[in-house]
Structures are given as C-alpha cells and as structure tokens.
Design a protein around this ligand. Structure first.
Ligand code: ADP
Ligand code: ASP
Ligand code: MG
Length: 440
C-alpha cells in the first residue's frame, strides 16, 4: 500500500485533475490511498471571502465558478459539491450578519476546499472506470486537539486510521480511498485545520499509521530542490534528504513540506518521496532516516521573510543566573514564539515573526533591560552538515563579503543540520543567489 498526496497546484483545474487521475490509475496495483488539497488557490480564496464577509459582503463567485466549471468540463455530476457550496454561502451570510469571525469558524470555512476536491476526484475516477470513494478526514478517524488553525492530531489517530482503511489495504475494499488533507475534527466534533500546507501532514500520518510502503507527495517541482526555484532558476533536485533535514528545511521556510509532516513517518521509518506531477519519470527526492552514502556538506538553502529582530541588552545579565529564564518567560506569557537566537555575556538577540504583536512583550522586557525591535529582516538558513561549519562558513562569507553583504546575526542550530543568518529583507534574494552559487 502507498499514500499519494497531491497539492493544490496539482489539482488546480480540469486538465490537472485528468492528469492526476491518470497518475493514480498508473499506481493502482500499489493500492494507493489518495490525499488531496483544495483545488488551486481555493484556500486563499476562502480566506479572502471570509474577510469580505466580516465586512458585510458575501461573495463566493470565484470558488463556485472554479468548482462548477471543472465538474462540467470533466463531465461529471456531483450534487454533493453544490450542497457544500450552498452550505458555504449560508455560513458566509452568517458571518456577514455577525461581522465576526472566530478561528473556529475560519477552520469550518476553509474546510470546504478539501471537501469539494475529494468529491470531484472520486466522481471523476469512478466515471473513468476506476472505482473510488471519497472520505472527509473524520470518516477515517482524524481527531485533533482544539487549537484551531494549527491543530495537532491526537495519538488515537494511530489506531483509528487502520480501522477504517485496513479493508482496503487487505483487498476487501476495491474503491480507492480519496481523503481530504489539511482538516480534522476535535473530540467535540468541531472541524479543525492542521495549519497551512497541512495536507502533507495528513498524508504522512495516514502512511505511517497504515505502515505504507511509501508516502508520495506530488508537487509541481522536481522534488526537494537546493533552494526556492522562484529565487534561483538553477536550483536542482536533492535526491536524498533525512527526516531531520526535511524538518529543518520546512521549519526554515521551504514551502515544499509542512513543518510537522515528518513527525509520524519518522516514528515508523516510512520513506517519503517528493515527486513532480508535471514530470512523472523523474525520481524526485526521497526522505529517509539516514543518508545511504556520505552526508552532503550542504543540502539546501532556505529563507524566511518578515522577521523582526529583538535585541536585549543588560549589564545585569553578567554572571546572573535566571536572566534568560526571565526573558523567555515573558515570551511564554505573551505567547510569542522565538525562531533563531544568539546570546553573549550581556546581550541576547532573537527573531520572531513580524506578524506577532510585540507591544506588551517589549514593555515587560523594557522594565529589566534595554530592548530594541527592528522589522524587515529575513533569515537565510543553510541546511548542512554542521560538523563542517568552518569550511562551509568560509565559502559562504567569502562570497557574501565580495558582494558587500553583512550578516547581522548567525546561529548554529542545536540539531547540527542548520546554520541560520539574519539579513535585511531587501537583500534576501541576493543572499540566497550568492550562497547558492558559492555552495553548489
Ligand atoms: P503543494 O500545493 O503541492 O502543497 P506548495 O505550493 O505548498 O505545493 O509547495 C511547493 C512549492 O514550494 C514549489 O512550487 C516551490 O516553488 C516552493 N519551494 C520553496 N523552496 C523549495 C525547495 N527547497 N524545494 C522545492 N520547492 C520549494
Ligand atoms: N489547502 C491547504 C492550504 O492551502 C492545505 C494544503 O494545501 O496542504 O494551505
Ligand atoms: Mg503545500
């Protein structure tokens, strides 16, 4: 048994859906369980529609047109999609009357994207003579906590999924399961989502729980690349990546995988293959526990924009126990997560997402130290074998120095597979290009 996950770009329109259906049919003998994202930019459109509804305007024209046109083009009749569209319209009307949108309602609202795409694919495959059956995540026991917009799956999922999919694995069920990615329900039965890009996590969870032979995540690029191909055209495929490297890559900005998606498959050692739906023959990248040969010096370069640097200085820090504990407690109190950190005897620099509201935090820290926040920063991360950090950094800094770029902070992760540096937001594309040239 295998799991095949297709992202939004892979199922963006009728032509792409036909193509994906043909890929699924080609893997029929491997008994695939298919996990789908919402079509194209549907999730973004739903979020936009929600914001408009809060301001009193109900408009689902884009989402409605895409789904109805696609069904028509595929020559399938899917009443279930029309029913969902009607429900969506009612929900938006409710939001527009209340002028209020909670995280919980937002999750309910974005769930329509994935729910419509699985109905579409199951209907199309069945019409093509490949019986398929759609499942909403909760139909196969995807239960999460109630942390709306970024929910965590509960441990019971490990037992729930096989209960629902074992018949298919054992050959008792012939219809190919087409399951929604991204969504779940909490124990009260309220719809939740696993965070943007969460379909990757749905797929690895199903693959791990089912002890699948392989989990395939199909993308619009040739696997995991040495850097973001939208910045560096010459970015090339990394044939093999470890779970740890893939996790760091995702956490430090490579959109190609959801940051938490490596957790389940790492537990079972299930390999994950990142493949290109536009280039089926290419092997893509495989994610495994350990490199089969020598660990490459540098695996990839990632970047995160919209970062704020916080510098905290205090002479009290000198020889004082508990100073850092006190600082970190303030971050806990204000629920602001720290990404990268560097400390010296009397100062600590750390970075946070620019979207976080820092007012209270800065006031609190300001009572015991000098504190300064600077916006418009970016983090560029080298996913590399940090045991060769001196030679890697020598090459990196020689190249950056030649271009007159100064790095403002540097941090070598405790994981031993990343080195992060802070630069100005405006420089990030240049820095990534320069480093890519120097290191690959
Ligand atoms: P999907 O809709 O299939 O989940 P995403 O759009 O979420 O796909 O993520 C894939 C995109 O991530 C690629 O199209 C690519 O532009 C971008 N990307 C950024 N960094 C990398 C990288 N290191 N390797 C591959 N893709 C990357
Ligand atoms: N549709 C969701 C998103 O756009 C989940 C996913 O694609 O993985 O974030
Ligand atoms: Mg994605």
């Amino acid at each position: 048994m295998i799991v095949m996950k297709f992202g939004g770009s892979s199922v963006a329109n009728a032509e792409r859906i036909r193509h994906v259906a043909s890929i699924i049919q080609a893997y029929k003998e491997s008994r695939p369980v298919v996990v789908l994202s919402a079509m194209g930019d549907t999730t973004d459109h739903l979020l936009d529609a929600a914001d408009m509804a809060v301001n009193g305007k109900v408009d689902i024209a884009k989402v409605e047109k895409l789904h109805l046109d696609t069904a028509k083009e595929l020559e399938i009749d899917v009443p279930a999609i029309q029913e969902l569209l009607t429900e969506l319209n009612t929900l938006l009307t409710g939001i527009s009357m209340l002028h209020e949108l909670t995280k919980r309602t937002r999750d309910y609202l974005v769930s329509f994207g994935e729910r419509m795409s699985v109905r579409m694919m199951a209907a199309y495959l069945s019409k093509q003579g490949t019986p398929a059956k759609f499942y909403d995540a909760w139909d196969i026991g995807m239960v999460s906590d109630s942390n709306y917009m970024s929910a965590e799956l509960l441990d019971e999922v490990w037992d729930n999924i096989p209960k629902h999919l074992n018949d298919y694995k054992n050959g008792k069920q012939t219809e190919i399961p087409i399951v929604t990615g991204f969504i779940a329900k909490d124990s009260k039965g309220i719809i939740t989502t696993l965070g943007r890009g969460g379909s990757d996590l749905s797929a690895t969870m199903i693959g791990a729980a089912m002890r699948a032979d392989e989990i395939q995540t199909w993308k619009d690029v040739d696997g995991i690349l040495t850097t973001d191909p939208r910045i560096v055209k010459e970015a090339r495929t990394v044939p093999e990546v470890t779970y740890e490297e893939a996790q760091e890559l995702a956490m430090f900005g490579a959109q190609v995988l959801h940051p938490r998606s490596m957790i389940p498959c790492r537990k079972t050692g299930t390999p994950v293959r990142v493949k290109n739906s536009y280039n089926i023959k290419s092997d893509g990248s495989v994610i495994v526990e350990k490199h089969s040969g020598a660990t490459p010096r540098v695996t990839a370069i990632t970047n995160v924009k919209n970062v704020t640097l916080i510098d905290i200085q205090s002479s009290r820090m000198l020889n004082a126990c508990g100073f850092l504990a006190h600082i970190f407690n303030q971050f806990l109190k204000w629920n602001i997560s720290i990404d990268v950190i560097a400390t010296s005897e009397v100062s600590v620099s750390l970075t946070v997402n620019t979207k976080a509201d820092l007012t209270g935090l800065l006031e609190d820290i300001g009572r015991i130290a000098e504190v300064k926040a600077t916006k418009d920063k970016a983090i560029v991360t080298l996913i590399c074998d940090a045991s060769h950090s001196s030679s890697i950094l020598e090459d990196a800094f020689t190249a950056l120095n030649k271009s007159g770029i100064n790095v403002q902070m540097i941090s070598q992760g405790a994981s031993k597979v990343n080195i992060s540096m802070l630069v100005d937001d405006s420089q990030v594309n240049d820095v990534v290009s320069i480093l890519h040239k120097a290191l690959f």
